[in-house]
Design a protein around this ligand. Structure first.
Ligand code: 3ON
Ligand code: FE
Length: 522
């Protein structure tokens, strides 16, 4: 049987290189002009802006967080010059109350959702404090001319998309429509049948011992609208209280969530969590198995299915954070492409990573699921698309909710059914031919979320190639000797990713590994 050694893959060095991307970038910079390092900026990006969110600070006052999901949200803004080959760089923290207080105190004060150990430094970590610091670190959404900094455990923060200054903490939005918690993964899609315009669709999932309360929102999504909420539906889902709903998919007639087989350890909650020795997420346990399936929850969207409740369809057990897309076939079948983890360990941290984790373990692979909402008692069909482990899937924005041919994701260099490793490139899946392409960023380089930017951004009347566009991805270079200059932006031609970047832009600082962002055209 293969090992990383027989594949000649230096897994130990790759892991230690990868850990060098989990750093902090304190302080803020505005309007740093960057010239292109190689190549030329494609015309369709010119005048556009990329804004990305992610944990910016993993230590404060000498204390460290061992789980990057808890880092305070830091926004990076890259504005492409309207004509030339330069890019304007800014970065700023979301001014959450927790960030403001902790910067002033120069130490961690609040409990965070994932980190184990004791970042506040006392033996007891805020006993009987059941609140969790809203770090606003997961994603951004431009809506009604404002930027939302999103985190799925609470309310969004409102930020000025040009200056990155926070204008409103924990906002219920301009029309008061938003309740906590408000998820970090929305979709932009066409309005449901019979209605016009485009929508930003999001959800919120309130956890609890008996049930989850799940709310779906639709906001007007056009440049001239203020982003008001035009639809809000609330569902009670018994037994789904800790299903860990991170991302969603939407089709013309449905909102779709995957309920993960996760339960809360009640004893740990009452003892260690209550007395401040364990995080809330640290009390969660993956319990997938023959008797504990995953579930697809299918909720009605639009008028067509108004009278029906939701459906819950079993799938073989796995854990999902991110979906690529979903669509409805003519015969009523629903198809959902997502990254499925074999399992998920909520106590995992980046401090200690044994290379054995990259032999089987928590590997994350692209899967296609097919279910029939007319026959909800039948377990859905689940098929693996590729052995190449990946995360952060994305598609052309015009395909959201309809059939897509191409998908892109950050991916491992190893294409193997058992062995895997951190993401060092970008994979492109062709769902029609089942072919995949992979761009390798470099043996000591690591890729974050790829963002697809179509060369034609008219989403309503479009007949061009689905892969006509560029992929923007931040790359961390562990080999760069200047520790403050390890990040660059790579721009790929989505039709030829294997050819490597058509342009690269070196960043003025090392940007810690981040989460999600979006590109807004001129
Ligand atoms: O019962 C719930 C428990 C809980 C932990 C209640 C809850 C909803 C408040 C909650 C909070 C969940 C949160 C705040 C989740 C935040 C997740 C987050 C910030 C990031 C997730 C990232 C996921 C992935 C897959 C990252 C992958 C990274 C790489 C592949 C980079 O190498
Ligand atoms: Fe995410």
């Amino acid at each position: 049987t293969d090992t990383h050694e027989t594949l000649n893959f230096p897994i130990e060095r790759v892991i230690s290189d990868w850990q060098t991307g989990y750093v902090s970038l304190h302080g803020e910079r505005s309007d740093v002009k960057l010239d292109v390092t190689s190549g030329a900026i494609p015309n369709s990006l010119k005048g556009g802006v990329l804004i990305r969110n992610g944990p910016g600070a993993l230590e404060r006052g000498g204390a460290k967080l061992n789980q990057p999901f808890d880092g305070d949200g830091m926004l990076v803004r890259l504005a492409f010059d309207t004509e030339g080959d330069s890019v304007n760089f800014s970065n700023a923290y979301v001014k959450t109350q927790g960030y403001v207080d902790e910067v002033a105190a120069n130490k961690f004060i609040y409990k965070s959702a994932f980190s184990t150990g004791n970042p506040a430094g006392d033996w007891f970590y805020n006993p009987f404090d059941f609140s969790t610091k809203n770090v606003a670190n997961t994603h951004v959404a431009l809506l009604g001319g404002r930027l939302l900094a999103l985190w799925e455990g609470g309310l969004p923060h409102v930020v000025d998309p040009k200056t990155l200054q926070t204008t409103e903490k924990e906002s219920r939005w301009v029309d008061g429509s938003v309740d906590a918690p408000f998820a970090a993964h929305y979709k932009r899609a066409a309005a449901p049948p019979g209605q016009t315009g485009r929508r930003l669709v999001n959800f919120g999932a309130k956890a609890g011992p008996g049930e989850a309360i799940i709310t779906f929102y639709e906001f007007e999504d056009s440049a001239d609208a203020n982003g008001r909420c035009v639809s809000k539906r609330v569902f009670q889902v018994p037994g789904a209280g800790f299903g860990f709903f991170h991302d969603m998919v939407v089709t013309p007639s449905y909102y779709i969530l995957f309920q993960n087989p996760v339960e809360i350890d009640g004893r740990a909650l009452l003892t260690e969590y209550t007395f401040g020795q364990r995080s809330l997420a640290g009390c969660l346990q993956y319990i997938g198995g023959p008797e504990q399936p995953s579930r697809v929850l299918v909720f009605p969207r639009g008028e067509k299915h108004e009278a029906h409740g939701y459906q819950s369809i079993e799938l073989d057990p796995h854990f999902v954070f991110h979906h690529g897309n979903a669509f409805e076939r003519e015969d009523g079948t629903l198809v959902i492409d997502s990254v499925h983890w074999r399992e998920f360990d909520f106590t995992a941290t980046v401090d200690v990573i044994p290379s054995s984790i990259y032999v089987g373990g928590m590997r994350s692979e692209m899967h296609r699921v097919e279910i029939n909402p007319a026959n909800p008692s039948a377990r859905g069909k689940r098929q693996r698309i590729s052995n190449r482990c990946c995360e952060f899937p994305t598609i052309h924005p015009r395909c959201v909710g309809s059939e897509h041919r191409y998908m892109y994701a950050a991916a491992s260099p190893i294409d193997h059914p058992v062995l895997w490793s951190p993401n060092q490139g970008v994979v492109k899946f062709d769902m029609e031919t089942n072919a995949t392409q992979y761009w390798h960023a470099g043996d000591r380089r690591f890729t974050g979320e790829p963002i697809f930017v179509p060369s034609n951004d008219d989403l309503d009347s479009f007949d061009g190639d689905e892969d006509a566009g560029n992929i923007l991805v931040l790359v961390h270079d562990a080999e760069e000797p200047d520790e403050s200059k390890r990040t660059s932006l790579a721009i790929l031609d989505a039709q030829n990713i294997e050819d490597g970047p058509v342009a690269t832009v070196a960043m003025p600082e090392t940007i810690p590994f981040g989460l999600h962002g979006e590109f807004v055209s001129a």
